[in-house]
Ligand binder design. Structure first.
Ligand SMILES: Cc1cc2nc3c(=O)[nH]c(=O)nc-3n(C[C@H](O)[C@H](O)[C@H](O)COP(=O)(O)OP(=O)(O)OC[C@H]3O[C@@H](n4cnc5c(N)ncnc54)[C@H](O)[C@@H]3O)c2cc1C
Length: 504
């Protein structure tokens, strides 16, 4: 058993965790070795959703664009349920945040005149998406990771699962951790705890997310007493690659930004029936249109047509999408259409935080996809999530460095329980009843089935897979309870038994 203490523990090694670390490491206190930081990741540091982000990161840069337009697009996508003050704060910080990413070594694509080559995506009225081919997340992840190894007053703990947290009466957080390589538990205390644990994609059978996305931070924050909100605002990406295997690959929105068109299997470009912004309408609208179209024609997928785009453009901007379509389906996207279906993608809700990333529990922060900051409202605008993560990492820095006076640890006892729960059953229930179009009967049936799974679960010896299946079960229940509380259909949330706040 190890019992070290750190001033700050960051859980997560995606853009949220790494940029929080980088901003803190630039502080005078860190440079003077006055503070200690530990960064924990349940898998390897590079295994994150961040590394899989394709399209890019949104920020105003080019002529013709301005903050008001980016703010307006974010509000429209979010069905005006966004917090306007937060939207303004994040959007106005955008250019400086992009400079930080560049300063830390991220190389974004440039055009022939040596200016940044910005793309346009769904819901954006201007081209403002900074990208590195169709592997922007990988470029950001690799750049930020380089700094971790250089710091001697920071500890990086990979393959280490945060299992539980207790806050003692003196305000210190006690972390119960499982070292997966050595198969041992250990404990650590910290004054400030940053949850940068990402999303909840593993709740669904088909998701764009990595296996690590099991909603751990949400359950930990909830147990500590933090407010959780809008978990049922789940964004589905309109264009997941349709294939029978287990890998769920995303076909970036940027391909539609470059001119690719959605067609039903009769070849009809159907988006004109649904929204005047056509294929670049916000994701909730495009996803519902696809589901409606598939239902009308009894089809299992629709087609994304990029065959009219030049091979040169595809090779330059979408090499990974082209390669994946070839490997997984033996399709050459320059002359064959791509079969696509909407697929779980992003959690718009999460742990409620203030304008500095702090939750309702003092000293507990949530940054990145795990958080609900008010930026997204009822639907995230494409490429605003990477921006949100780095923005709140920066906003949190000053508050994180403000430490309480001498805190003595009070001993605590962790009660470890692990149950054998069939993860597939959870995923099937959530996929069937909490998808793009829900109904109240289905939600209630899924809730009752999950509660049965919980009451019939048998105790098993601790192992990370069963532990995280238990987390998924609890977070799944919270998500459905949240869905049943919703009064209106807004943004990504659609229950066919409720009143619409929008017109499809
Ligand atoms: C395929 C794909 C494409 C995307 N494209 C874009 C895009 O183009 N633009 C955009 O803005 N957004 C995009 N997104 C969304 C965006 O990538 C994510 O929202 C963002 O990267 C989340 O970053 P994060 O740091 O919050 O979490 P992540 O990057 O997912 O990192 C989570 C970290 O938490 C750790 N962790 C979790 N639980 C525990 C635990 N219990 N103990 C220890 N460690 C734990 C994990 O190990 C991991 O290190 C995309 C997402 C996907 C999946």
């Amino acid at each position: 058993m190890r019992h070290p203490h750190f001033d700050i523990v960051i859980v997560g090694s995606g853009i949220a965790g790494l940029s929080t670390f980088l901003y803190l490491s630039e502080s005078e206190a860190f440079k003077a070795r006055e503070i200690s930081i530990c960064l924990i990741a349940k898998s390897t540091v590079e295994t994150t959703n961040t590394a899989w982000a394709q399209g890019g990161i949104a920020a105003v840069h080019a002529m013709g664009d301005d903050f008001e337009k980016h703010i307006g697009d974010t509000m429209v996508a979010g069905a005006y349920l966004n917090d306007i003050e937060i939207v303004r704060k994040v959007v106005e910080a955008g250019p400086a945040l992009l400079n930080d990413l560049i300063r830390w070594g991220t190389c974004f694509d440039k055009n022939a005149t040596n200016d940044y080559d910005l793309a346009k995506e769904g819901g954006h009225s201007e081209a403002r998406i900074w990208h590195a081919e169709d592997q922007t997340g990988h470029a950001i992840q690799s750049a930020l990771m380089q700094y971790l190894s250089d710091s001697t007053n920071a500890k990086v703990q990979e393959n280490t699962l945060l299992v539980d947290v207790i806050k003692d009466t003196n305000g210190l957080f006690h972390l119960h951790l499982f070292d997966e390589l050595n198969n041992i538990f250990f404990e650590t205390t910290t004054s400030k705890l940053v949850l940068a644990t990402g999303g909840t994609g593993m709740l669904y059978s088909k998701t764009t997310n990595q296996q690590i996305a099991t909603g751990d931070g949400i359950l930990i924050a909830e147990k500590l007493g933090a407010t959780i909100e809008n978990l049922s605002y789940v964004q589905f990406h309109p264009t997941g690659l349709f294939h029978d295997g287990n890998i769920s690959f995303l076909v970036s929105e940027a391909l539609r930004g470059a001119g690719a068109v959605l067609r039903n299997q009769q070849g009809e470009a159907f988006m004109r029936q649904y929204d005047k912004r056509l294929d670049l309408a916000p994701r909730d609208i495009v996803s519902r249109a696809i589901i409606t179209e598939m239902g009308k024609n009894g089809e299992a997928f629709v087609l994304l047509d990029a065959t009219h785009l030049s091979t040169e453009l595809i090779d330059q901007h979408f090499p990974a999408i082209k390669a994946h379509c070839k490997t997984l389906l033996n399709i050459d996207i320059t002359n064959e259409m791509i079969p696509v279906v909407p697929i779980q993608h992003y959690s718009c809700g999460g742990v409620k935080v203030d304008a500095f990333g702090e939750t309702s529990v003092s000293g507990l922060y949530a940054i990145g996809e795990v958080a609900s900051t008010g930026l997204h409202g009822a639907n995230r605008l494409a490429s605003n999530s990477l921006l949100e993560a780095i923005a709140f990492a920066k906003f949190a820095t000053e508050k994180l460095l403000d430490f309480p006076a001498d805190q003595q640890a009070v001993p605590v006892t962790f009660k470890l329980k692990c149950h054998g729960i069939d993860r597939n059953q959870i995923q099937q229930l959530l996929s069937q009843h909490t998808g793009i179009i829900k109904n109240t009967k289905g939600l209630k049936a899924a809730l009752s089935a999950l509660q049965n799974l919980k009451s019939n679960a048998i105790d098993v010896a601790f192992n990370p897979h069963d532990h995280t299946s238990g987390v998924l079960l609890e977070v799944g229940i919270m998500l459905i309870e949240d869905a049943l509380k919703q009064q209106k259909n807004r943004g990504v949330f659609y229950n066919e038994d409720l009143v619409n706040d929008f017109v499809l």
